[in-house]
Write a protein that binds this ligand. Structure first.
Ligand code: SF4
Length: 375
């Protein structure tokens, strides 16, 4: 509806939603407990339509729908991996497609969420990066992935979501206008502890500083992927805008603001960033932090010339870090059978076929093509 004047309740912070609901029910002469009823449907039962609020009279459900809306993307596809990972593809009201991934691991169930439709930052190992930027998501669209995935998990005996990571499509700190309120919503509305919510950034320095200034103890993960400027600028173009010294300065401020441990993510690409010399350089770079390094084997992108680092070299890289006192974990790839690398499921639904990866790389990023002998 183009001229829809209704307020989206899921876009409001919990305190604001409560005020709007209280005003609405008071104007209709309804008892105050209606607010608590509606609140439970919003934040605990993840209602998608006001008609689901079955403990309210039918007239009150209709009146809510006249005054308010709820962002509720359609579930376009579900892909379930043999390892338990479940990927959801959500279709937004304007047709834009988003991915979120549920990752069960022992007592935990982590939801990996998207923060933008596409991404403008063009990291070379990332399917989303190569398919380009579409638009920012709203806070309600971000949180809708959590609500939708939680409903799905509950309906399929998948248990409760215990952790959220902003590691899906998009760079969360390049969409702070929506991500900052989404963090508040998840924490204050949906009751997820701040320490259970991780914002993963490729190094957007002003965003790290903004996160450091927040009183909640949200976790930070930094996608490093290379320990020096020369290699990093070729893998992660944002390095040109926010070079490593500036990034490290912001990370010091983040740590100083609350003693929060920082996770460093490092995608391991065979023959590109996985030598023992680079492991030593990485250890020296992160040694000053109470850091943890996650080594992630590259998740192959169809048509891309790169391969994941073989397991033996991965272990050797981890051992170099550990020998220098840096905590390092080798992450096992999840959901390989369901196109789990970020952006891949969405790419399969694109109507326009992507240009062959190698052709794109030669034409647009010759400096990256030079990293790989096979291009
Ligand atoms: S890795 Fe993240 S920041 Fe880089 S292009 Fe992909 S989605 Fe964007």
């Amino acid at each position: 509806m183009l001229d829809d004047q209704r307020l989206d309740l899921l876009e409001l912070l919990p305190a604001q939603a409560e005020i709007e609901l209280a005003r609405h029910f008071a104007a209709r002469g309804q008892p105050a407990y209606r607010v608590a009823q509606a609140r439970a449907w919003l934040y605990q039962r993840d209602a998608l339509h006001f008609r689901e609020l079955t403990d309210l009279p039918a007239g009150e459900r209709a009146a809510l729908a006249d005054r308010f809306t709820l962002t509720a993307p359609e579930l376009a596809r579900v892909a379930r991996s043999s390892d338990g990972t479940v990927k959801h593809l959500w279709r937004m009201a304007d047709g834009e497609l988003l991915e979120s991934v549920l990752i069960p691991a022992r007592a935990r169930m982590t939801l990996c969420m998207s923060s933008q439709a596409g991404c403008a930052l063009a990291c070379v190992f990332c399917a989303t990066g190569w398919s380009g930027y579409r638009r920012q998501l709203t806070a309600a669209e971000i949180v809708a992935q959590f609500r939708g995935a939680r409903r799905w998990a509950r309906a399929h005996e998948g248990g409760e979501i215990t952790n959220v990571v902003f590691m899906g499509m998009g760079e969360p700190l390049a969409n702070r206008k929506a991500v900052m309120p989404a963090l508040t919503l998840l924490n204050q509305g949906y009751g997820l502890g701040a320490r259970r919510i991780t914002v993963s950034t490729v190094g957007i320095v002003p965003g790290i500083r903004e996160l450091a200034a927040r009183p909640e103890q949200f976790r930070l993960a930094v996608s490093l992927h290379a320990p020096n400027h020369e290699l990093r600028r070729r893998l992660v173009p944002v390095e040109k805008k926010h070079p490593l010294p500036e990034l490290l300065e912001a990370l010091r401020a983040f740590e100083a603001a609350g003693g929060r441990r920082i996770t460093f993510e490092y995608v391991m690409i065979d023959g590109v960033n996985d030598s023992p010399e680079l492991a030593r350089e990485l250890a020296a770079l992160v040694a000053e932090f109470q850091a943890h390094v996650n080594l992630i084997p590259f998740n192959p992108i169809p048509g891309a010339p790169w391969q994941p680092t073989p397991p033996a070299r991965l272990r050797a890289f981890a051992e170099v870090l550990q020998a220098r006192g840096v905590a390092a974990t080798v992450r096992s790839p999840r959901g390989r059978d369901i196109a789990a690398a970020c952006g891949q499921l969405r790419a399969e639904h694109e109507t326009r076929p992507p240009k062959p990866f190698v052709e794109l790389m030669r034409a647009e990023r010759p400096e990256v093509a030079a990293l790989s002998g096979s291009v």
